[in-house]
Design a protein around this ligand. Structure first.
Ligand SMILES: C[S@@+](CC[C@H](N)C(=O)[O-])C[C@H]1O[C@@H](n2cnc3c(N)ncnc32)[C@H](O)[C@@H]1O
Length: 322
């Protein structure tokens, strides 16, 4: 690892992230929701709120939607939160200690030995954890940081694709510096390591006067425990439903489609469309579905995504007719 360097070297490029820029997440996140970007772009436009003051992702993961909306100038600021200490450390360092993480990535030894070392002990400091998160994410199958997910290329590295095949240092560093720029401009308002309920409580206390939209993307109902280091069991899904049904601020939620989830929200659901706009929550959540395509090394799989929101108007071209 490189020596501690909290300041940006004078000769380091400072790529300005203008409005209408493209910013992709440095993380290849399992269950990442980049496919929902067009839905959110049109949701904001439809509700006459672009740019929006604040977009909040309490289950940030790779934060694909937040970063796109931010770089495109469709939202002014974002709050990112995730309970996983490695994921939190990544966002903290990427945003507020960018050049440290850049130096660590530039110096990274992208080998199987390093992969085993970091899997066994991801580190204690924020700096070490952030590096471990990004390294393991870009060198493990499907970006999974835990469990049985092995290194890309396998333990024997006999595959055509080796452990470093997704570790494009220049591109990762470019994305990190874009993030640092946005954070320096105050557009990444906060990065937090909090449970979803604590995040919502904090945002409602801190930004009650701000025009805001939450995007909740919890771990999958099915198989979530295989993908993420933080477990989210049935009781957690239930508690989340209770929290959201009572939340007055505008929100949207996405899920893998399961009748059990529909049941959690159905009791309070209003059917049909509505005439509201201006990002005014309608009070009761409404259910929609959308078709997504998930790809991994074995397959391309179509899946139905459940989208629940307390906004009246959703862009009909992105959701299935009901
Ligand atoms: C489906 S992923 C989010 C993916 C993200 N939307 C993206 O596009 O990359 C769910 C995330 O929730 C986090 N998580 C799990 N339990 C949580 C909790 N109780 N509070 C906050 N975050 C949690 C996991 O660490 C994981 O990063």
């Amino acid at each position: 690892m490189a020596i501690d360097d909290q300041t940006r070297p004078v000769d380091a490029p400072r790529p300005r992230v203008g409005r209408n820029a493209e910013l992709r997440s440095p993380l290849r996140y399992p269950g990442g929701k980049r496919q929902l970007v067009p839905f959110f772009v049109d949701l904001l436009k439809l509700n006459g709120k672009s740019p929006l003051d604040l977009f909040i992702e309490p289950f940030a993961g790779g934060a694909a939607v937040s970063l796109h909306l931010l770089a495109a100038g469709l939202v002014e600021r974002v709050v990112l939160a995730d309970l996983d200490p490695l994921v939190y450390a990544f966002w903290h360092q990427a945003c507020f200690r960018t050049e440290q993480l850049v130096a660590d990535i530039a110096a990274a030894d992208v080998t199987l030995a390093e992969w085993h070392k970091l899997r066994a002990a991801p580190g204690k400091t924020l700096r070490e954890k952030a590096y471990a998160c990004l390294f393991l994410n870009r060198t493990s199958y499907s970006g999974i940081l835990q469990g049985r997910a092995g290194p890309i290329g396998g333990q024997k590295q006999q595959s055509k694709y080796k452990i470093d095949c997704r570790f494009y240092k220049d591109e990762i560093i470019h994305r990190l510096r874009q993030l640092g720029e946005l954070a320096a401009d105050g557009r990444i308002a906060a990065v937090r390591r909090t449970d979803v309920r604590a995040t919502v409580r904090w945002v409602e206390e801190t930004y009650s006067q701000t025009q805001r939209l939450y995007y909740f993307d919890p771990p999958f109902w099915e198989k979530g425990e295989r993908l993420y280091r933080k477990a989210f069991g049935h009781a957690d899904h239930k508690r989340l439903a209770k929290l959201l049904i009572g939340l007055q601020a505008p929100w949207a939620l996405s899920y893998d489609y399961h009748e059990e989830i529909v049941d959690l929200y159905r009791a309070s659901v209003q059917a049909g469309g509505g005439g509201h706009s201006d990002l005014v929550p309608v009070g009761k959540p409404r259910l929609h579905t959308a078709d997504l395509l998930y790809c991994n090394r074995h397959e391309k799989r179509g899946a139905t995504e459940l989208i629940i929101t307390n906004l009246a108007d959703v862009p009909s071209e992105h959701v299935n007719a009901t």
